[in-house]
Structure formats: C-alpha cells, structure tokens
Unconditional design. Structure first.
Length: 305
C-alpha cells in the first residue's frame, strides 16, 4: 500500500498501559470539540497498538475522552466481537473504511458486518482501476501507481460509477456512503479535476464525502476553501495536520501543523457535518497514544473558543 503504510516504526504496543482504564466499563468524561460534537478517532492512527491489544487500545482512547471511532479493519476479530468491545468501553463506531477493491469483492458480507457493528457510514478509503493489470508492472504495483496519480480521467469516471452503485447498495441497507480522498484525486486533466468529476457524476443523496484536510493541503489546496465549495456534501472530516517543517508529507498532532483549524470549522456546514475523526499517520516525536491525547486536548480547547 502507498504512503499510508509509510510511517516511523518503533512505537511500543506496551504504551497502551500508560492510559489503561482501571476496569471494563469505567466511566470517563466525554469531551467535545468544535461545533459541540464528540471528538472521534480513526483507528488507523493506533493501528499497531490495536493489532497487538485491541481491548487495551480501546480502553486507552476511551479514557482520553474519545467516544467515537472510525474503523479500519477488525484486527482478526469478528464484527460481533468488536461490537462487544466497543460497548464495553463506551464507544461507538459511526463509520468504517474499506478500499474500493474490497467493496467490489464481498460487499454483502461487509454490509452485514456494519449492521452488526452499528456503523452508519460506509466509507470508501481508496479508489481502484477497472483493469489493474494495466498498472501491474508499475513500481509498487497498481495501488502505488494509483496513489501517484496514474489513473486516467476515464478511469476516475469508472470509479465514480462504482461508488454510485455502492452508495445505492448502502442506502438499501440503511447506511450512508462516503468517499475519502488522498491527494491524487486533485490531479488536473487539462482543466478537469478528478475530484470534481467524482462530485459531478454521483448523486448527493447516495454519495457523501469525507474530506481529509491534510491530503487536501498536500494537493496544494486550502482545506477550508475546499469544504466551503462542497458544503452540502462534506458530511465527514478527517482532522489531520501537516508538519510545516518537513520536506515531504508528514503528519503531526492536530494543532501542531500548518492547517488553520478555526477556518476549517468555520467553513463547515454544521447542519450537514455528521462526524469528524482525528487521524495521524506518522509519529516522529511521540507515540501514537501520546499524539492522539495531544490532539483531543487541542480540539477540546478549540471548541471552548
């Protein structure tokens, strides 16, 4: 997989114990950020900790005051087992990520899992190619080539067709569907931007968008302006910050990067935004659990004005 798997290693899974709750079901204060909403966490942020000790990781983030999580895999457990763990720690999972390749292979099973988990939003986290064999010999294979922006405009239009179809299936199962961006969606094809085509070719009633603010910034756009231009369709946010001092794309705890979060939340349509999730991909100065603790502190302070 491309950049999402390029992160600084060495974060010990034992760090979970720093924040462990004294016992299952222990009460912790729910903390709210901008717009008075609960602060969510994309569990990809704590991927190594969750893989090593999912119950302990959920306990740790619940103690910090997170009440919502966005799933990124089930870490070898069944949907029923994960649903039980979430309930035990006072957490809900309003959204879950799957790549388009996964959704094209076994959608019904995933919809059933999401029903068990109580998930409201099925989110497509990564596009795919209609003929991946075309990209098989590219460095890193099809996924890396897509991430580098090597899809054609027609292939992006094919992606729009697929997410429209999956959005319809999700609606039939009582779910909402959203598409999550990276930077490659903002490639300009002689005046036509792929992301704009995804918006144009999909039904607002079936397809919403999860705006990843850091990847929008990495594409050279202002996240606040991007959200303002698509307010009625930006139903989810990834609250992710970018290190202004790095020579490449590096994420940092929210509030320690170069994104103007006051402007971002001012651009949001509060009647439309359903959830937002902290996410961080790289960890150079703190463990993942320390970083997400810093992020929730910042968002709570921002919410207080």
């Amino acid at each position: 997989m491309p950049s999402r798997r390029r992160f600084v290693e060495g974060c010990a899974a034992g760090a979970v114990g720093m924040y462990a709750l004294p016992g299952r079901g222990s009460a912790a204060t729910s903390r709210r950020g901008p717009l008075g909403r609960p602060i969510g966490l994309q569990l990809y942020t704590v991927r190594e900790q969750a893989a090593a000790d999912l119950p302990g990781t959920l306990a740790a983030i619940a103690k910090m005051g997170y009440r919502e999580v966005e799933l990124a895999g089930l870490h070898g457990r069944t949907a029923a087992e994960v649903a039980t763990l979430l309930r035990e720690h006072g957490l809900s999972a309003p959204a879950a990520h799957y790549g388009l390749f996964e959704l094209l292979n076994g959608l019904d099973e995933k919809l059933a899992d999401l029903d068990t988990l109580g998930v409201r939003y099925l989110v497509c986290s990564f596009p795919w190619a209609p003929d991946p064999a075309r990209l098989r010999d590219r460095p890193g294979g099809p996924g890396a080539a897509i991430f580098r922006g090597e899809l054609t405009l027609d292939e992006w239009r094919w992606n729009a067709e697929q997410i429209e179809r999956i959005g319809e299936a999700a609606a039939g199962a009582g779910l909402r569907f959203a598409y999550h961006n990276h930077a490659m969606e903002f490639v300009d094809y002689d005046g036509t931007v792929a992301y704009d085509e995804l918006l144009r070719l999909t039904d607002p009633e079936r397809v919403s968008f999860e705006v990843d603010c850091a990847w929008v910034a990495a594409a050279g756009r202002d996240p606040a302006e991007q959200i303002r231009g698509m307010r009625t369709r930006a139903r989810l946010l990834h609250v992710k910050d970018v290190d202004p001092n790095a020579n490449e794309f590096v994420t940092v705890p929210v509030g320690k990067g170069n994104i103007d979060w006051k402007a971002v939340f001012a651009a949001v349509d509060p009647a439309r935004l359903d959830h937002y999730f902290v996410e961080q991909e790289h960890f150079t100065t703190a463990t993942p659990l320390q970083a997400v603790a810093e992020s929730i502190d910042y968002l709570e302070q921002l919410g207080r004005g």
